[in-house]
Design a binder for this molecule. Structure first.
Ligand code: NAP
Length: 274
């Protein structure tokens, strides 16, 4: 069936999102009318991979049904000014930015994959939830056509809910990964192989997927083992920030599961009074 997207897509950016989304668009069989980027070498290289034509960031980009700004959040408003044709759809890929970042463009929207995209082989996005937030019917139809050709999980969410989802995604994915990095550093500092933690990490992710986060939680604070929590805090005496983070997270878990033990536990000065 014919769709607006038959008139092609212009993708802007040469970073992680442009790389993975560009490959997904190409795999889905859409015509990439152009790839625009500010680094000529990177733009040419990605355009070649995607069988598209490279454009400079200040050049006139070719006509297309959809322009996707897959660039750093802060760069979106400036680049949005580039699209003068009001009858085309303009989108960005950020979970946190509102549609107003795209200016007053008549047909504007967001296509946000809930996935952490890192350098590597092109990601398989077929099971990745794609969130759409659109200003009008044309933007909605165009973004749905594209999203459904890439993933089996496409949802539309208004901006306020998408922002909450983005916030939740930081808790669900960014913070645990950062905490894992800090855990690995704790071991590396002692000459202990950080890879010893890997099976624990894998099992935790699998269990959360199978039985949910609430049923998967274990550990000293969950059990109410305040003596062990206190011993861990002593071990962190040389790292005020990590000690505070441990104290706060422990107090939150105690409050949920052992409110009597949480009383009198201070998380502000890193001096828990258990
Ligand atoms: N990566 C993820 O996991 C992920 C997931 C969901 C959503 N997103 C969203 O996807 C978008 C792109 O993120 P990313 O991860 O691809 O970032 P990235 O890998 O850091 O790439 C950022 C891109 O933006 C370009 N850029 C930065 N400032 C610019 C400017 N002033 N003018 C023109 N281009 C500029 C960079 O160009 P140079 O290479 O020349 O610096 C680069 O191509 C963001 O809105 C982000 O919120 C990312």
């Amino acid at each position: 069936m014919a769709t607006e997207l038959d008139n092609g897509i212009v993708l802007v950016g040469t970073g992680r999102m442009a790389f993975h989304l560009g490959h997904a668009i190409a795999r889905a069989g859409w015509r990439l009318a152009g790839l625009a980027g500010r680094d000529a070498g990177r733009t040419k290289e990605l355009a070649l991979q995607l069988r598209s034509t490279p454009y400079g960031i200040d050049e006139a980009w070719p006509d297309a049904a959809l322009y996707i700004l897959a660039v750093k959040d802060d760069a979106v408003p400036g680049l949005a000014q580039h699209i003068e044709r009001e009858d085309r759809v303009l989108a960005h890929t950020s979970g946190a930015l509102g549609k107003e970042a795209l200016g007053n463009h008549e047909h504007r929207g967001v296509l946000w994959p809930i996935k952490s995209l890192s350098p590597g082989d092109p990601a398989d996005l077929s099971a990745t939830p794609l969130v759409i937030d659109a200003s009008d019917d044309l933007a909605r139809r165009t973004l749905f056509d594209l999203a459904r050709s890439i993933s089996g999980k496409v949802v539309e969410l208004p901006t306020a809910q998408r922002r909450k989802l983005h916030l939740a995604a930081v808790f669900a994915s960014n913070f645990p990964v950062y905490l894992m990095e800090r855990a690995e550093r704790l071991l590396a500092d002692e000459g202990i192989d950080p890879k010893l933690l890997q099976p624990l990490w894998n099992a935790a992710a699998r269990k959360v997927g199978e039985q949910g986060a609430a049923a998967s939680l274990t550990g000293p604070a969950r059990r109410g083992d305040t003596g062990t929590v206190r011993a861990h805090l002593d071990l962190l005496a040389g790292d005020a920030d990590l000690r505070r983070a441990y104290a706060l997270l422990s107090r939150m878990i105690l409050t949920d599961h052992h409110p009597d033990l949480a009383k009198g536990f201070s998380d502000t000065d890193g001096q828990p009074d258990l």
